[in-house]
Unconditional design. Structure first.
Lengths: 185, 167
């Protein structure tokens, strides 16, 4: 593996997702909490198209998203039937923590077989960003083993949920109140 | 002696999906035959999302949850309705209305601590659910009726019609 043993090496989790299997994606390893199976998500109508629903993880609810839909910035269709068909076909999920408005928020999405961890040197050759990946979720695009690797930063994902970026929900139903804590404890 | 801390919910099934409605807002439940139940379409209702339901003493606006949750409200498609359905008359800040569902189940009581908060990110979408409960290990989104009606008004305002049923 490239970079193994380098001082100051970056620890990455490399993966691919259904719907975008040809693009090598990665997250900084500290953002990854776990990889495992989750129960099928409970669909929530009237959420943006990239929201598959919620599922239970360690006795709390975790938001299940379709990362490929989010990265492609598909337009939102608010309703409803598409949320009801199970879209999970037994994939393993990656559990990710994002910093959202100073809280830790948990997200998960299905990943394809072949995910792995990488230790890469901090100074990597930069590659051109891929056209079909939303740039606002990309930390950098680097070359690893001769191939482009898109390193994500999921912290701005809140902007998609609140309609500021990407597939937007209807803006007219702002929540009446906002829970004051959503942390991992 | 009843435990006042318990929250009671009415599990319902709509278009093959399970939801729950807080008994706190339920005024009445009536079994009805579809489509005869929704007997008085409102003037501009292109589809059956909203019509009026004769619930005995009053005629109230009716929202077909099967239409909303099982079809595409923007394209006027809806799943086949169950032959026998239920009208759940609920109280909202803007008055009572009826929710049309396919199946109802026994009322389920849960401790407040057993409610699942919606993840913060999901709350940002404004989806019309207030919490989730677990019934027989299945998660049921609890419908926020007031927000649901608001949502319908936002997506299909033409289906929200003020009608004087007294005439």
């Amino acid at each position: 593996m490239p970079g193994n043993g380098h001082a100051g090496a970056l620890q990455l989790f490399q993966f691919a997702v259904p719907g975008m299997p040809y693009i090598a994606l990665a997250l900084p390893l500290p953002q990854v909490l776990e990889v495992g199976q989750l129960p099928p998500p409970t669909a929530l109508p009237f959420t943006p198209c990239f929201v598959q629903g919620v599922s239970r993880w360690r006795d709390r609810l975790i938001t299940v998203i379709d990362l490929a839909a989010l990265l492609r910035g598909q337009p939102s269709t608010m309703d409803s039937a598409r949320h009801l068909a199970p879209r999970d076909s037994g994939h393993r999920h990656v559990i990710v923590q994002a910093v959202v408005e100073r809280h830790i928020e948990l997200l998960t999405w299905p990943i394809l077989f072949g995910a792995k961890t990488l230790a890469v040197p901090p100074e990597l050759e930069q590659a051109s960003p891929l056209d079909d990946v939303a740039s606002w979720l990309v930390f950098s695009t680097v070359v690893v083993e001769g191939q482009p690797l898109t390193v994500l930063n999921v912290d701005p994902v809140v902007e998609a949920f609140s309609g500021q970026r990407g597939p937007v929900p209807q803006p007219d139903l702002a929540p009446d109140h906002v829970p004051d804590t959503n942390t991992t404890g | 002696m009843s435990d006042t801390r318990l929250r009671r919910y009415l599990p319902v099934q709509v278009a093959g999906q399970n939801f729950a409605i807080s008994m706190h807002v339920v005024l009445a439940v009536q079994q009805t035959a579809h489509p005869e139940m929704a007997s008085t379409p409102t003037p501009s209702a292109a589809a059956s999302a909203i019509s009026s339901a004769d619930t005995g003493s009053d005629t109230v606006p009716t929202v077909d949850l099967g239409f909303l949750f099982g079809g595409d409200v923007q394209q006027d498609t809806s799943p086949p309705a169950a032959p026998q359905r239920y009208a759940i008359v609920v109280a909202t800040p803007s008055g009572s209305c009826a929710l049309l569902v396919d199946t109802i189940h026994a009322i389920h009581s849960v401790e407040p601590e057993a409610l699942y908060d919606l993840p913060y990110l999901v709350t940002l979408t404004g989806c019309p659910f207030e919490t989730l409960i677990s019934v027989d290990d299945t998660l049921l989104p609890v419908v926020d009726v007031a927000r649901l009606v608001d949502r319908l008004r936002a997506v299909r305002p033409d289906l929200v019609v003020e009608v004087n049923y007294a005439g």
